[in-house]
Every structure is written in structure tokens, then in C-alpha cells.
Design a binder for this molecule. Structure first.
Ligand code: FAD
Length: 416
């Protein structure tokens, strides 16, 4: 049951909301002063993000989660971009060894990441309250009144919007959310209508009948027929291997069957039919359109309280480079530290100044990430076959320049 008031209310228990709660407690806020709610009756959202980079693991280490994540994931040393059996470029993660305790890219399903974060939160004495779908908010003299669809109401001084890209908190607070290039809201009718003509990106998590050669996985394939992504998501000594596949589909495709995936897999990896590993089952599949947007501001002071945004509520971008969830977790751990500091000062003297800094810094990082992932997305989704050939040749040359693998690993890692 929800209390009638709380110092900090977090809406949404995805990776960002959970990380914010963990950071608040690790930085000295008592669990009984925090309330975290989610609209879903159970945790474990669908498997979406699959990569946790070094900087994010360092931040998650401060809240006691990294060792568990590392033991369950696949610590990838060399993320490669290939055409057939030829490696074009390769991120060389061991070169990060002097800079981080985590010189690899951890490949793990978002479902597992959320489970590990939620278990750690319970260990620290805080449980997610479910299902509570927030439906309204109002600034009053001594706080923000937040109401839920089931009629419950709770008052808080600090409201954290960790409720994803369609954030109800963000829209009720009248904070704009736009693509910095086009100025369009990604959820507007015009953008939604245009998406019917676009090729959706399909993702699926699957099991194979037999073991798959490790030489085939953990690669982005850029063959003559377009993008295909193939990664092993788990540590095979802990779980039966689960593999993530992703590729573009024809506009309007909705039904991602095992046969459709098996065919796309063979074409994407350019394997002879009789040498293509056979899929056993599809655990999860989905299609989506890549969108980019950032909130106009990541905090707002309203009558009675303060609202702050983290994760997809604050920014969304293409999954190219696996940055979205990473940036969101790092926003959330940063915000947790900031709010813990503000709460420890009874005068709350420089609260607005510090939150303004949070908003400016995290927004600027989001804009940089949007710029980088837009460029990467355009590069990997080229349609023209001739341009694809030239692109691959350029990548092959760049991939052979001294230090290129280390530079790529560093840029992806978030350590900058
Ligand atoms: C197909 C796909 C692939 C991706 N791959 C990657 C990747 O490889 N690497 C990467 O870093 N990122 C990736 N991302 C992005 C990543 O999944 C998101 O950035 C991440 O889930 C955002 O976390 P979040 O906690 O901000 O929001 P969410 O995970 O969306 O969580 C929001 C939570 O809020 C709850 N909620 C929503 N509204 C309400 C309400 N009104 N009241 C109460 N609760 C509410 C929801 O139930 C949900 O649990 C991918 C995304 C997609 C779609």
C-alpha cells in the first residue's frame, strides 16, 4: 500500500527508476523516505537493451550491482562489424584496461538487468509498489499531489519521472520533447503516420537447437542485403544461451515468426543453408521505429515541489552503439546523488542551482549521444548497394589504422 506522503516519489521501475532509488539509498536516504511505483503488475519489462558499457558498470558498482551483472552476462572483448566473414572494424575493449575495472562491453538482456537491480533494491530495504499507474499531478502549497488510476493519491516534495519515453510526468509538467534536428515530437500523429512507410527494426531473442560457433556471434553484419545484428546475451555456464537478432523488415511487417527470422538470419550472416544454425524457439520479438528526442529541460520547479527527469523520459535515440539505457542509468545514479545531497541539507540552499547544472549537463550528453547515434544509424542503414560497398571499403580501411579498435572501444564505453 502507498503511504499518503513521501520525500521522494519515483514513477517507473525500469532501469532508470531502479538505479535512481539504489543511488538515493547508497547515498544516505532512508528507504522509508522513498516510494517507487510502476504501472506493471510484475517487473521484467521486455528484453530491449542488450549492452552495458564500462562507465555504466562503474556507476552500477557504486550501488553494488556490477558483480552480479557481470557474472550473468557475456563480457564481450571485441565487438565487430563484419561483411560476411571479413571483419571491417572491431572495438578492442581490453585496451580500456588501464582506465576501468570493466574493460569489456557486457552483453546481457535488459530483463536480467532489471531483475538484478530490483533484487538489490529489495536487499537494501525498498520494494517497488505495483501496479500503480500515475494519472495526474498538481503542485500545492506543501508538495506535489500525485494521483493514480485506482484513485490513490500521494504527496511528495521531489517527483522523479522515470516513466519512459511516453512519460506522463513530462507531459503533465508541460516539458517539451523534440527531435533536436527536426523539432518534431516523436509521438505526434504526423510522425506516427509517416512510420507506416518506413522499414521497422525487428528484434528477437531466440534459442538455437545446437551450440552456435562463437565465431559467428557478437557481431554486426553489414552484408550486401543490409544490417543484421547477432549477439549472445548470457553466460552459457549460467543459462542456456539466448541470442539477440535484429534486422530491418519490410514496411508494415508485424508478424515476426521463427521462419521469418531463420530466413533473415541465413541471409544476414551470408551462410549456406545447410550450414546455418537452426532456431529452436523465439522467446521474445518486437518491431519498432528508431526515433530521437530530448526534453527541453530535465528538471522543473513547480509550486510545492520539484520534478526531475531521467532515462527515456528525458531522451531517446537509436539503439546503434547501445547507448540509450546506459545514459539513462547514469542520469539516474547522478540524480540520486544530487537529491540525497539536497535532502541532507535542511536549508536546501542551492537545490535549484544544482538541479539546473544536472539538467544542463545531462541534456548536453543526450544531445551528443543523439548526434553520434544519428550518424551511426545513417551509416549502417544505407540502402543503395553500391554505396554499401563503398561504405564497407571505407570501414575496412579505417579498421586497419593503428589504434582504431581502442578508439572505438573508448568512444562506446562512456568513459570520456
Ligand atoms: C528495441 C530496443 C532496443 C534497445 N537496445 C538498447 C541497447 O542495446 N542499449 C541501450 O543502452 N539501450 C537500448 N534501448 C533503449 C532502452 O531499452 C531504454 O533506454 C531503457 O529501457 C530506458 O529505461 P527507462 O527506465 O528510462 O524506461 P523504461 O524501461 O521504458 O521504463 C519505464 C517504466 O515506467 C513505467 N511507467 C510508464 N508510465 C507509467 C505511469 N503512468 N505510472 C507508473 N509507471 C509507469 C513502465 O511500466 C516502465 O516499467 C533499446 C530500446 C529498444 C526499444
Amino acid at each position: 500500500m502507498l503511504p499518503t506522503s513521501t520525500s521522494i516519489l519515483i514513477i517507473g521501475a525500469g532501469p532508470a527508476g531502479l538505479s535512481c532509488a539504489l543511488s538515493l539509498i547508497t547515498n544516505g536516504v532512508k528507504p522509508q523516505d522513498i516510494t517507487i511505483v510502476d504501472a506493471q503488475a510484475q517487473g521484467l519489462n521486455s528484453s530491449r537493451a542488450i549492452v552495458i558499457h564500462a562507465k555504466t558498470l562503474e556507476e552500477l558498482d557504486t550501488v553494488g550491482c556490477s558483480d552480479n551483472l557481470v557474472s550473468e552476462g557475456n563480457a564481450n572483448q571485441a565487438l565487430s562489424v563484419c561483411s560476411g566473414r571479413t571483419t571491417l572494424v572491431q572495438a578492442d575493449f581490453p585496451t580500456l584496461a588501464g582506465r576501468t575495472r570493466f574493460p569489456f562491453a557486457l552483453i546481457i538482456s535488459q530483463t536480467e538487468t532489471e531483475r538484478i537491480l530490483e533484487e538489490r533494491l529489495a536487499e537494501l530495504g525498498l520494494s517497488v509498489q505495483r501496479p500503480y499507474r500515475m494519472s495526474n499531478l498538481k503542485g500545492v502549497d506543501d508538495g506535489i499531489e500525485v494521483s493514480f488510476e485506482n484513485g490513490v493519491m500521494i504527496k511528495t516534495a521531489f517527483l522523479v519521472a522515470a516513466d519512459g519515453s511516453r512519460s506522463m510526468v513530462r507531459s503533465l509538467s508541460e516539458i517539451g520533447f523534440k527531435d533536436p534536428g527536426t523539432g518534431e515530437d516523436p509521438h505526434s500523429d504526423s510522425v506516427r503516420n509517416a512510420s507506416h512507410k518506413e522499414k521497422p527494426l525487428a528484434i528477437a531473442d531466440v534459442h538455437f537447437v545446437d551450440d552456435v560457433s562463437p565465431s559467428l556471434s557478437d557481431k554486426v553484419y553489414l552484408g550486401p542485403r543490409g544490417l543484421f545484428l547477432f549477439f549472445r546475451l548470457s553466460n552459457p555456464s549460467v543459462h542456456k544461451p539466448i541470442y539477440r537478432l535484429a534486422c530491418l523488415m519490410e514496411p508494415g511487417t508485424k508478424d515476426i515468426t521463427k521462419d521469418v527470422l531463420q530466413n533473415a538470419f541465413q541471409i544476414g550472416l551470408e551462410l549456406p543453408r545447410n550450414q546455418t544454425p537452426i532456431m529452436e524457439s523465439v522467446i521474445f520479438s518486437s518491431t519498432f521505429h528508431v526515433r530521437f528526442a530530448v526534453a527541453d529541460q530535465l528538471y522543473k520547479s513547480i509550486e510545492g515541489g520539484i520534478i526531475a527527469l531521467v532515462g527515456d523520459a528525458a531522451h531517446i535515440h537509436s539503439p546503434a552503439g547501445g547507448q540509450g539505457m546506459n545514459l539513462g542509468i547514469r542520469d539516474a545514479i547522478d540524480l540520486g546523488r544530487i537529491l540525497a545531497n539536497i535532502l541532507s541539507d535542511p536549508m536546501r540552499s542551492n537545490a535549484l542551482e544544482v538541479l539546473e547544472r544536472y539538467s544542463t549537463e545531462r541534456r548536453s550528453l543526450a544531445l551528443q549521444t543523439i548526434k553520434m547515434t544519428k550518424a551511426l544509424t545513417r551509416f549502417v542503414l544505407v540502402e543503395n548497394v553500391l554505396i554499401r560497398k563503398v561504405r564497407n571499403m571505407i570501414m575496412w580501411i579505417l579498421g586497419r589504422l593503428p589504434g582504431s579498435g581502442g578508439r572505438l572501444a573508448y568512444n562506446l564505453s562512456g568513459l570520456r
